[in-house]
Design a protein around this ligand. Structure first.
Ligand SMILES: [Zn+2]
Length: 208
């Protein structure tokens, strides 16, 4: 009897650790590997708002954390280049992605300019295999964040150039916009931006 109980308990334990964390419905990203790349980190703050001191590295990381939760609930396997406030070089980020070979690579950044009222969304890609992903993410970011659409542009950025899978870099909004950073502090902006990226990824994989 003790032996039976012991086998039963270990079977239940095995089932518990092998069952999916969230038994949700199948979505277009179920089973896809998505690598999220929070820009900057550590000694590199990225853009900093001169009026309230909000640094881009923290906003990038907050959006990535929220997006990771959303995508995992949708059944995706989410990987990332940094999980905390550490510095990871651009070539290292690309090397991590190329070793893991995710289905897509999404680098999350925020823009900056000298004008405190300038705001809007733009998305960059390098290779033509990434245009569809850039278009989808930019469209859904603008829809969810209600920002001005500054468009999708080809640019030779390190992480989109050195990675070997469809790769884009999003600039959801401007860190130098005071209204924007105040919204981020209240976290509702993080929710909107993560939701825009999630919807953009679902749309991309649904139509690929
Ligand atoms: Zn940046």
């Amino acid at each position: 009897m003790r032996r039976f109980l012991s086998i039963l308990l270990s079977t239940i334990f095995l089932l518990a650790i092998t069952a999916p964390a969230q038994a949700g419905a199948v979505t277009p990203v179920t089973g896809k590997t998505i690598m999220l790349d929070a820009g900057h980190g550590g000694f590199d703050p990225g853009a900093v708002n001169p009026n309230n001191g909000v640094a881009e590295k923290w906003i990038n990381l907050a959006v990535v954390h929220r997006l990771k939760d959303m995508l995992e609930a949708d059944g995706a396997r989410v990987m990332w280049t940094r999980i905390d406030d550490s510095f990871v070089g651009l070539d290292q980020r690309a090397a991590i992605a190329n070793a893991i070979r995710p289905d897509v690579f999404v680098s999350v950044h925020h823009n900056s300019t000298g004008n405190p009222v300038t705001n809007g969304t733009e998305t960059y890609y390098t290779r033509s295999d990434s245009i569809g992903l850039a278009d989808s993410l930019n469209t859904f970011l603008v829809a969810d964040m209600q920002t001005a659409n500054r468009g999708v542009h080809a640019r030779s950025l390190a992480v989109t150039r050195m990675t070997t899978m469809p790769a884009v870099l999003t600039e959801g909004s401007f860190i130098t916009s005071d209204a924007e950073t105040n919204a981020f502090i209240k976290l509702d902006r993080v929710e909107q931006e993560a939701h825009g990226l999630q919807q953009g990824l679902l749309n991309y994989f649904a139509h690929r």
